[in-house]
Design a protein around this ligand. Structure first.
Ligand code: ASP
Ligand code: MG
Length: 318
């Protein structure tokens, strides 16, 4: 019998070399680099302070969907690989001198096999995460709309030939984006509402009011509604950003954790900060860099933006 290793290794190696040798890849990467370059410029102009990302912490985003556990032991503690910087954004804003911040942050979300073929998921990706003290959802939504127009204008100015080659035309400048309520869209279009609406759309839009992680704020005037928002890219490209106003009051956080079934033991120090009244009132969001690149370049699969495939459950050797 032949050694299975010698049979398998060249196949994965071939696929890996094909992935990194694609002639279009450097062009896609230049667009992605342009997104980051424009983002830094915009954040600087708007006065947000850049934080460096963390890859390990005793707490990370519990997410709204299950993923494979990504924790390690170190120095007699458990450490999670970062799924998003949500709590660190809030905690960094405990410093009263800091008004707003952003992080270009690697996120590890070990998706189950059901997300392998969506074209939208990578098990490791980059998120531009941002947060503001004392701002609300309207401010953050305006901010994101302005950021997208800024990035698109910069790309049009800096990389017009690449855009023509990759997407067939230059990027648009959008007017105010439409806003839809999640529960109303679901009632109209059924469980696939996000996909259906994204495929029908020609401009990005907002979906608001998702019941999800405990940190997204519940409307105190209308309990059972949530002051959060997702960006949905048009042309079928789907979700591109999640964000929200945040819960910052201890009793409300505990109530939401109990409803959702979040471990209070895991978050005991975070809860202590909230109990001491130190957690500031904030709002923010984060967009997926590879998903924005995919939308701009009109790529079939987000994995076309990676040099080394990070498609869930695709075998990898590098
Ligand atoms: N970054 C997001 C937020 O600010 C959370 C996420 O990563 O989904 O709400
Ligand atoms: Mg999301």
């Amino acid at each position: 019998m032949e050694d299975t290793l010698t049979l398998q290794q060249p196949t994965i190696l071939d696929a890996t070399l094909r992935q990194l040798s694609r002639p279009m890849l450097p062009k896609i990467l230049q667009v992605q680099q342009g997104i980051i370059r424009a983002t830094h410029g915009f954040m600087f102009r708007k006065g947000l302070t850049q934080l460096m990302p963390l890859m390990l912490s005793p707490i990370t985003d519990p997410l709204n969907h299950g993923v494979v556990d990504a924790t390690i032991s170190y120095a007699e503690q458990r450490w999670s690989l970062t799924k998003s910087m949500i709590f660190h954004k809030q905690l960094a804003l405990v410093n009263p001198e800091l008004e707003s911040l952003y992080i270009v942050s690697p996120n590890v979300r070990l998706e189950f096999a059901d997300r392998a073929g969506t074209g939208r998921h990578l098990f490791e990706f980059t998120q531009v995460d941002f947060e503001f003290r004392n701002k609300d959802r309207f401010f953050v939504m305006d901010f994101m709309e302005e950021l997208v127009n800024y990035i698109f204008a910069q790309l049009n100015a800096e990389l017009p030939e690449l855009l023509l080659e990759l997407r067939g035309e230059l990027l648009p400048q959008y007017e105010k984006w439409p806003v839809y309520r999640t529960e109303k869209s679901e009632a109209l279009y059924g469980p696939d509402f996000e996909k259906i609406k994204s495929e029908a759309a020609t401009v990005p839009f907002w979906l608001t009011n998702h019941k999800r992680e405990f940190y997204d704020k519940e409307d105190q005037k209308k309990p059972g509604t949530y002051l959060n928002y997702d960006v949905i890219w048009p042309e079928g490209f789907g979700e591109g950003l999640s964000g929200g106003e945040r819960e910052h009051e201890y009793n409300q956080i505990v109530k939401r954790m109990d409803e959702i079934g979040t471990s209070k033991e895991t978050f005991k120090h975070y809860l202590q900060v909230a109990k001491d009244g130190l957690l500031p009132k904030t709002a923010g969001g984060g967009f997926g860099v590879e998903r924005m690149t995919r939308f701009i370049c009109r790529l079939k699969d987000v994995d076309e933006t990676t040099v080394f495939s990070r498609k869930p459950f695709a075998p990898a050797i590098f």
